[in-house]
Each structure stands twice: as C-alpha cells, then as structure tokens.
Design a protein around this ligand. Structure first.
Ligand SMILES: [Mg+2]
Length: 363
C-alpha cells in the first residue's frame, strides 16, 4: 500500500464564548484537516489545531508539506513514516509547529492502518478498555460564580460525571476567593461528581501549596499545572507537599520533556497533548513510560481521537471532553454513565460532517 496524495482543509470552528472572554481568539478555532489517500482507495483523515490565529496558514502549509513527504510511503509503517518527519526536520523543530502539524499526518496514518485491518484504533492500540471516563472541560469557564454554576448544571444535564474548573480573573488574589469559587461548584454538583481544577501555570509554588491545603476539604480529583511549566523542581515540591494529585504535562513537546516530569516526581497524573507529541505514534511511548513510573495518563484536547488512545492503554485515566473540534465530525463516541463508548468503526471512526464542511471551510 502506498500514499498517493495529500489534501489539506482549514476550518474555522465556532466556539462557545463565556462572558469576559470575548475576542477573536475565543470565537473561532482554526482546525486543519489532512486527507491522505492511498493506491487501495483507503483514505485516512487527521486533524490538528492552533490557538494562534496568526499562524493558521503556516500550520496548513506545514501539514501539506509533511504530507508530501509521505507520498510513496507505506502508511502502515508508522515508525518509518515518523522517521521521515520528526527526526530529519531538526532545523524547524524539534517541537513547535513541526509537531503540531505532524500530528494531523500521524493520525491520518493510523486511521488508514485501522481501516486497512478493519479495526477501531482503541483495539489496535491495545484495547485495555472499550469505554473511558471523560470530563467536561468547556462548561465551567467564566469570570463570575453564577456563570460557573450554570455551566456546572448544564454539564450535569449533558451526562458528565466529572468536570473541570479554572481560577477566576485574579491569579494573585485572596485564597478565600479561590475557595469560594470551588465551594460554589461543589454546592451544585455534590461530591459524587469529580471536580478537577486547572491552574494553567498561574501560581507560584508557595501559593499552590497554600491554595491546595485550603481546598483540601473539596476533594479535588486533581490540581492541574499549578506552576510554570519549566519549574519542574517547584512543581515537584508542590506534589510532595499536597495530598491532592498533581496533573501536568500538556505544555511540553516531545517524549524527553515528559520523562523529566516523571523522574522528578512532579506529577501524580501525566497529561499528554497529542499534538505536541506529534501524534499517536509518540503518544504510545509516553504512555508506556508513564506506566513504568506507575503514573496514570490523561488526555489534552481533540477528545474525538484521543479517547481511543486513553481507552487502549492500561494506565488510561480520563479524557478531556473539550468540545472545540467535535462539531466538524460525524461518528463521535456517545456519552453514557460519564464514559465515552467506543465503537467498532475502523480507524478513529470519524468522518467530516458535510454540513460543517460547507459552513466552516476557510481554505
Ligand atoms: Mg490544562
């Protein structure tokens, strides 16, 4: 089997904009889709995103150029394909745009592998589980407490049994305001629904320890990225000081950076961004590495593909249910009892929704 052509499409996916977050960065999400076609008639699709609108064309160009490198290659030889992308391209990498673009191609390759074998990716990648926990990541975004509480109600109504919140506007404000926001959510969801807290790198280690202790009674599922991504020692100190699990890893590119977090015991749970890894092929290595440290793995973004990877591995913890890219596809996994139920459709099982294509295509 050989890859014969690549086509790239760019879509501006509309996003829910909570009060206080108005602006172009939030209103639409540039999403780049790669179509890899083969001489057998099988086509694989893979996607990637950029939160920086300024570089949408650069990302689409990079996806196309990496795709051109794949022409003539056997898509089933994913490691061989990767050896033509990540390692030789060290002048424009490692990391950055190279990885983000490579991810779309790597997902498309795995989609072809699955379709060729007639197997869904969750089984092909190990098949540890055929369903996987998911948390709502998009509803608890807002500056004021009432907006947060309404978001929590809607997430419960949608069937989620776990959801994630973030700090309010003032990252250096009073700890008691942080506590009040968390209490307001617990008042709505009770203690049978898991509550996750994402700090997005905005605390110092000492503030993280103080806040983490103050939040102890709320039994958070995890505190995510409490400190600056490069302050591995500071984050390890936070992880040592607190009983609540620390989850981190989404900001890092490539496998060695995540090994450092594991070695430093800076994480109780490892969050992996598939795009920053460069796709599924590299994700598998990170997942196995985390398993050796006894560390469960959680996903960051693109849940419609990532659910396969987290379900497949023995240390798969939970999927981030971020709805940004889902509107582009048909064949999404259903939500039941707080879990995504994976199907028998081969590959990742997704196809572009013709209506969404018509509405959102931008290049
Ligand atoms: Mg995060």
């Amino acid at each position: 089997m050989k890859i014969t052509s690549i086509e790239v499409g760019t879509y501006m996916m509309p996003r829910h904009v909570p009060r206080g977050y108005e602006g172009r960065r939030w209103e639409v999400l540039p999403t780049v889709v790669a179509h890899l076609r083969t001489d057998t008639g099988i086509e694989g699709i893979g996607h990637t995103i950029t939160l920086n609108h300024e570089f949408t064309r650069s990302l689409a160009t990079m996806v196309g150029e990496i795709g051109e490198l794949m022409i003539g290659q056997d898509p089933r030889r994913t490691e061989q394909a990767l050896s033509k992308i990540i390692y030789p391209a060290n002048w424009v990498g490692p990391g950055g745009l190279l990885n983000i673009a490579a991810c779309a191609i790597d997902i498309a390759l795995w989609d072809i592998v699955g379709k060729d074998l007639g197997q869904p990716l969750w089984r092909l990648l190990g098949g540890a589980n055929d369903r996987i926990r998911v948390y709502d990541s998009g509803s608890l975004i807002g500056v004021d407490v009432e907006t947060l509480q309404r978001g929590a109600e809607s997430a419960l109504k949608a069937g989620y049994r776990a959801m994630k919140m973030r700090p309010g506007g003032d990252r250096h404000g009073r700890i008691k305001d942080t506590v009040a926001r968390v209490r307001a959510i617990r008042d709505v969801i009770g203690y049978d629904v898991d509550l996750l807290y994402d700090v997005n790198q905005t605390w110092t280690p000492s503030r993280a320890i103080r806040a983490g202790r103050a939040l102890e009674e709320f039994e958070l599922f995890w505190i995510e990225d409490p400190t600056l991504m490069h302050d591995v020692a500071g984050q390890a100190a936070v992880a040592r000081a607190l009983d609540v699990p620390i989850c981190s890893g989404e900001y890092h590119y490539d496998v060695p950076a995540l090994l450092k977090l594991l070695e430093a015991r800076a994480v109780d749970y490892l969050m992996v961004d598939m795009m920053r890894m460069g796709g599924i092929t590299q994700f598998r290595k990170v997942a196995a590495m985390a398993e050796a440290f006894g560390v469960p793995v959680a996903s960051h973004l693109i849940p419609e593909v990532f659910c396969h990877c987290i379900a497949a591995i023995p240390n798969g913890l939970i999927v981030e249910g971020m709805p940004w890219t889902q509107g582009l596809f048909r064949g999404l996994p259903e939500l039941a009892d707080g879990k995504l139920v994976l199907t028998e459709r081969p590959g990742h099982g997704l196809e572009l929704d013709p209506e969404a294509v018509k509405k959102h295509r931008a290049g």
